[in-house]
Write a protein that binds this ligand. Sequence first.
Ligand SMILES: [Ca+2]
Length: 346
Amino acid sequence: MIKNSFRRNILAGLAVVFLLSSCNNKEKMLDSLADYNNAKETGGYHFGDQLTLPKEVTDHAETITISFGEKETSNLTIDPKFFTLGDNDVTFIIKTKSGETLNQDATINVFAKNPEQNISCKIVAEYPHDPTNFVEGFLMEGNTVYESAGLDGASKLIKYTLGSSAPDIIEKQPADVFSEGCAVVGDKIYQLTYKNKIGFVYDKNSLKKLSQFPLPNVIGEGWGLTYDGKNLVATDGSKNLYFLDVNDPSKVVRTLAVAGYAETYNNINELEYHKGFIYSNVWHQPVILKINPETGEAVGKFDFTKLTRENDQGNSEHVLNGIAFKGDNMLITGKNWSKIYEVAFQ
Ligand SMILES: [Ca+2]
């Protein structure tokens, strides 16, 4: 009896020691994981980086899974197939060697794999631009410029020949509609509105309004618009590009955040798709980004500080906001600018 009771006590004692050490390990794992994630949050990761989790975690983990939205991965690499640029609010799911499952939330900040290349260019031509136009949408086809001008009471869609200062056709909006970005698809022009939550479709030749569509709920405000040959691509003043179904632009097909090597770009604005890349200016910044539409990485950057200073007349709202292409040269203008510049890349 004495022997049995002694044995029972020893077994109970061992179980307590085991439980205590298991609890201890569990706390250590969660604490060290939290410390690691907090330390990494500011500097972030770049696409291709490995997550090098602390030894306290890896020593006691059977499996480590990261869950993000409806996706899960056990590959601890910052892979664009799984992570998006900017904030990823993830949950770490750790199965310990002692059979427990631990969960911990974390924010994983992701930036582009490589620094943005500074692309230099030179002005090769200048054309007139109506300085009363608060440009929100700007594109060119052949020699014809299509332009959407904003503001309540002054919104309109116009078309004119590059070099001319008088429009061929003006289609005015009702006073309560604030026009935004526009894009040509076949014989139609699609146009967003700022806060009216609708978009319009026009006949490209006559600029007569054909129909309207509701903006997707996720788009807070209509900003820029372009067409990549498959989808309409819209911005709403956030860091996101929204790829819309061209047959039903109220449907978002894909959302992509935009970031460079060291920063996320918010206020992505007027857009232009050209030969596999999306070009976008950034509201209140005199820059144009060249964006990889597969990953959202800003791979290149144009600095138009000097042109913006020459054209904004000291008004901080007269920002660079118009990108079009004339062959492989870029046309740029801005809100209330009196010129359109043709620039060649160098
Ligand atoms: Ca454009």
